[in-house]
Design a protein around this ligand. Structure first.
Ligand code: NAD
Length: 254
């Protein structure tokens, strides 16, 4: 039985994750962690420090906020607890820094996106990138999302950039009108990224490739938080046999 604590248990993702863990036969939900009071069938602690001092668990899942996640996982990793992290807004340097706090056998697993479809979208984008001079990312999220661009968009831009090894020649910010600054999006590793925030979306993304006389669009839509749960459970099941920093669900997909 894998003993799991969920940090951010009162949140939108936290509620879905605690329910998925409670329904999994090989996992036991030990506690929730969230400063926001809420009902759960197990104890809820207001901080990771309080949970570590009171409970015993093998894995901590974190779906919180960019400004608290590093503090949370540093404490857990230093206590020998493997971490499965979905909170976005983390840089590669910040993740590396946090992983230094880990005991040697402890694993920090971060996935900017836990849906299998988004992982495949990123793999397809990586494969297409060398064949198209232009690539742009458009991501769509619900209006309560606190960070922009999304972790998936940042990861996609990174994969495209690393895969193609050249910069886009498309017109950039220098062509923006004074009255329309930002129209060409944010340039992430040479890839323009556009973030839409609107009611009606959970998480969607398009990667648009262009070449002479042709365009290729790769699109993924996540309409329900249930779509993340198989990936989160896979992460929880996988970290016990791994150590160090692992980024991306693809590392655990056959
Ligand atoms: P949310 O605002 O609904 O929930 C965040 C929760 O964290 C809140 O309940 C808040 O009280 C709690 N919290 C704040 N400080 C805390 C602390 N110090 N310790 C413990 N809990 C604390 O947000 P959400 O929609 O559930 O999203 C959470 C994060 O997950 C965001 O960064 C979002 O971008 C990310 N996300 C990632 C994926 C993925 O596949 N990786 C998917 C969806 C969302």
């Amino acid at each position: 039985m894998i003993r799991v604590a969920v940090s951010g248990s009162a949140g939108r993702m936290g509620q879905a994750v605690t329910a998925a863990i409670q329904a999994a036969e090989d996992m036991a939900l030990v506690c929730g962690i969230d400063p926001r009071p809420h009902d759960l069938a197990v104890p809820v602690h207001g901080s990771v420090a309080e949970a570590l001092a009171t409970e015993s668990f093998d894995v901590m899942v974190d779906f919180t906020q960019p400004d608290v996640v590093l503090g949370n996982i540093s404490l857990a990793l230093a206590a020998g607890v493997d971490c499965v992290v979905g909170t976005t807004g983390l840089t590669a340097e910040a993740l590396k820094g946090a992983s230094q706090a880990a005991l040697p056998s402890t694993c920090l697993f971060y996935a900017p996106n836990f849906t299998t479809g988004a992982v495949l979208m990123m793999e397809f984008a990586k494969a297409a990138a060398p064949y198209f001079p232009e690539a742009e990312v458009i991501e769509y999220h619900h209006a309560n999302k606190r960070d922009a661009p999304s972790g998936t968009a940042l990861r996609t831009a990174h994969l495209i950039s690393a895969s193609r090894g050249f910069s886009s020649a498309a017109p950039g910010a220098e062509t923006e009108l004074e009255s329309g600054k930002g129209a060409r999006g944010a340039l992430v590793e040479g890839v323009p990224v556009h973030a839409v925030r609107s009611m009606g979306f959970v998480a969607s993304q398009e990667v648009v490739f262009g070449s002479l006389g042709q365009a290729l669009t790769i699109r993924h839509d996540s309409w329900d938080r249930a779509s993340y749960m198989p990936g989160v459970l896979l992460g929880i099941r996988s970290v016990g046999s791994r150590s160090g920093l692992i980024v991306g669900l693809e590392n655990f997909m056959d």
